[in-house]
Structure formats: C-alpha cells, structure tokens
Write a protein that binds this ligand. Sequence first.
Ligand code: PGA
Length: 263
Amino acid sequence: MKPRLIIGNWKMHGTVPDALKIITGLEHQLKTAPEVEVAIAPPATALYTVGVSIQESFLLLAGQHCHWEDKGAFTGEISPAFLADVGCLYVLVGHSERRQHFGLTDEGTNKIVQASLRNELIPVLCVGESEAERKNGKTWEVLDRQLKVGLAGLHTKELEHIVIAYEPVWAIGTGNTATPGQACEAHHFIRNQLGKRFDAPSANAVRILYGGSVKPDNVEAFAREPAVNGCLVGGASLEAADFAAIVRIMERVPSSATTEGKK
Ligand code: PGA
C-alpha cells in the first residue's frame, strides 16, 4: 500500500508572502520528514514561489484546479501543463466548490482527469454528496455517478495514478465533520465501485482520502480507520501548527508502503 497522503488545500487564501510564512512554519514544525506524503495546494499565484522554496524539502506541490486543455484562448484558466511546469505532482479535480460555484460538471471533471494524466499529474478526484442528497437517501447514487463519469474512459493501469477524496459537501468548512463510521462506509462503497469498474487489486491500491472539517482534535479517529488513506484539509492547513499536528497524527499508524516519489 502507498503511504498515507495529507493534502492542505489553501483555497483562495494567502498572498505570496503569506504562503512563504506558512511554509517556513511547516518546515519548523516538521523538522524530520514524515513517513506519510504531505502536499500543499496554495493559490495559483503562489505556486511557482512555493515550488522553488520547497524543492529541497519533503513537501509536495498540488494545484487546486486546472483546465482540460493544455493551452489556448481560455482567459483566466490554468493549464495542467503549467501546473506540471511549476513542479506540481497532484491536482485537485472536481472540488465541491468548483462544482457549486463554477458549474463544473461530472463530464468536466472527466476531461480534467484525462488532461492531468496526460501531463503526468496525479488527479485527486473529489466526490461527495450534499446535505439534501444524504437526507434524501441519494448518497450512493451521487457517489456512483461522480465516479463513473469522472473516471470514464480510463484504463485499469491508469488507476494507479489516481487518488480519490471523499468530501461530503455538508462537512466542508462547517465544523460538522462526518463520523469515522460514515467516512468508512463511503470509502468502502467507493473502493467497491472501483473494483467493479476496474479490478479489485487496482482498486485496493487507490488511496481514498477523507475531507471535511478535519482538525487536529478529530483526525485521530480517522487515522485509526484502515479505510481512510489520508485526508484533504482545508481551514486547518492554513495554520502551520494545526497542519503539522494533523500530519503527525496520520503518521502514527505505521505504513509499509512505497512512495509515489517526488518529480
Ligand atoms: P475544510 O475544507 O477542511 O475547511 O472543511 C476541506 C476542503 O474543502 O478540501
């Protein structure tokens, strides 16, 4: 199994100096390289500078979003090729805020997944149901659709370059985290669907992260769950001490995994 993966999603927070301050804080807090993978997804404007500043460290770089074309007349968009160029290894795809506020469809996430793979980025496909969907018993239907469409056209071999993040929309930024039981149920469902669509060994090797109000004081319960292979952290990743604490807690569960490595 690959090592656990913790990604800090800074969303639209932080100027370049702010970003460098968080990096300095993280390097200070995490003096020895953790036995888990740690990636940060700063705003696009800080990617290059942050990428240079973490070149010698264990920290990995992630984009928050990208377009499905490598270049062209797409004002304001970010090319997957450019994310790779500044040293990103990962890119979040289909974060619920992209789906909610910018009209990203499942078909759009599929095009971005394909574009990411083409550019040697590892897409972190974010899936998750809204509060209303959960209340109306639609959780499995929604997850199934987001996975089926989001990963359409992929070959089984490509699954080894995919990460899935289960982020129930009602848990994001609300402080209302899912229970470990709810997360595990969803993670098992996701792995099962991947197994049916591809094959069981490939599905078993996919890391499935939990995201939604992960904090130092609730992450331990997720860390104990074998079904949770890491987490996607929003708000708490903006505080170096909190993010470092999350990393150390996730690290405590031993892993005998091989790493995806640094590019
Ligand atoms: P949160 O965000 O940790 O602030 O809930 C998670 C995310 O949006 O990825």
